[in-house]
Design a protein around this ligand. Structure first.
Ligand code: GLN
Length: 393
């Protein structure tokens, strides 16, 4: 008898992040697992989406995206990154950055070509490699007192003539790392030396924290000399405008790569929701103060919640960007991250993501869990109270 399902499908495991959301609902736990806000999306952006439906933007948009939205994306990209992008030939609107990344990989990577990933990595990239027949090559990020770092020699050793691309997520999910200009230049040099592409997931570009005298800045790989022609920037409305359920993202890439991405995107999804792209066009024009406020709000939440985690016994650094904290749970004496997460959901009433889901080598994440803090103050307060029960004697 023929097997009903494909070999590829058997290689995929269900998303642990999404599974934890279902578990949180099942046990009534506060969901600090899957990274999405529990506060309302901005009122004016919602109004624009409703008006767009009223105006009957309810049929297919152009497959690669509503022109006005692409124009506004190009303007915003110029405003924040000082990068010139042609909306006619270098932007593709996708169903979230999730589709953006897989469409880019399917468009660029051939069977057996190697794709380098920093480990821990956002859960989706490994399945993306399976779906696009890429061979993932993992390079560790090491946690020290000063944050998460890679070893330059190890990264260099991962590049070879079969390397097609490196994936970076910057600011990084799950570690909160913000790659420095110096690190980006080092990666850029390797990409150029080995004629490799860079797929860069920049959905947290506006969520960066400032600590004391460190002046942290988001550096987009495409702005580094010699990189625009080999960089695919994946971005989305989800995190910047708190609309993760809209599934509207976009990909910026050189015209030749964009042509390939648009074809893959067209046959995968035809297009992203027309009405929501009109609201996106509006969102792209929000003044700088919107982004400053977003940062300030998340900085406040981080500065409230990280000390709570430390005080009850988690070991962690303050994230530099994004809205997650990867924590070490070894103080609590649990066998592994799943046992701990189960306990946390059922007995404490807080859901998190087991750390091993961000590793290919599961052992490395066995004593880690990831918290997100993109939640209302009351939610974080309530979680903080519940977590007190964990306090080490
Ligand atoms: N990016 C979010 C996270 O890491 C949500 C992932 C998802 O479920 N699409 O939690």
């Amino acid at each position: 008898m023929k097997r009903k399902v494909s070999e590829k499908s058997l290689l995929l495991t269900e998303s642990v992040i999404r599974e934890m959301s279902r578990e949180a609902t099942r046990y009534g736990a506060i969901n600090l697992g899957q990274g999405f806000p529990d506060f309302p999306a901005p009122e004016d952006i919602k109004q624009k989406a409703m008006q767009a439906i009223e105006k009957d933007y309810n049929q297919y948009a152009v497959t690669w995206g509503v022109k006005e939205f692409r124009d506004r994306i190009a303007e915003k990209t110029k405003r924040f990154l000082n990068l010139d992008v042609d909306p006619e030939s270098e932007i593709t609107v996708t169903c979230g950055s999730t589709e953006g990344m897989i469409a880019a990989m399917l468009a660029c990577v051939d069977k057996g070509e190697e794709v380098i990933l920093f480990e821990p990595f956002y859960e989706n990239y490994a399945p993306d490699a399976i779906l696009s027949d890429a061979k993932p090559v993992y390079v560790p990020l090491y946690q020290t007192e000063t944050g998460w770092h890679f070893d330059k020699e190890e990264l260099k050793a991962a590049f070879n003539k079969k390397t097609k691309a490196i994936i970076i997520c910057n600011p990084n999910n799950p570690t909160g790392k913000v790659f420095t200009l110096e690190e980006m230049k080092f990666i850029a040099e390797l990409c150029q030396e080995y004629d490799a592409l860079c797929f860069t997931d920049e959905i947290y570009e506006h969520i960066i924290y400032q600590d004391n005298d460190v002046k942290r800045q988001h550096v987009c790989m495409a702005t580094i000399e010699g990189m625009k022609e080999r960089t695919v920037v994946v971005n989305s409305l989800s995190k910047t405008y708190s609309v993760t359920g809209w599934r509207v993202g976009y990909v910026i890439a050189p015209a030749d790569i964009t042509t390939a991405i648009r074809k893959v995107h067209d046959f995968l999804t035809v297009g992203a929701p027309n009405c929501l792209q009109h609201a996106g066009a509006y969102a792209m024009q929000l003044p700088n103060s919107y982004y400053e406020q977003l940062q300030a709000e998340y900085q406040r939440k981080r500065d409230f919640f990280v000390p709570v985690l430390k005080s009850v016994g988690f070991k962690c650094n303050y994230p530099e960007g994004a809205y997650y904290v990867m924590t070490d749970i070894s103080n609590f004496g649990f066998e592994d991250d799943f046992a701990f997460t189960k306990f946390l959901i059922k007995e404490i009433g807080v859901a998190v993501v087991p750390g091993s889901s961000f590793y290919q080598n599961k052992i490395l994440g066995k004593q880690q869990v990831r918290f997100c803090f993109c939640k209302r103050d009351e939610t974080l307060q309530e979680a903080a109270e519940r977590l007190q029960k964990l306090k080490l004697k």
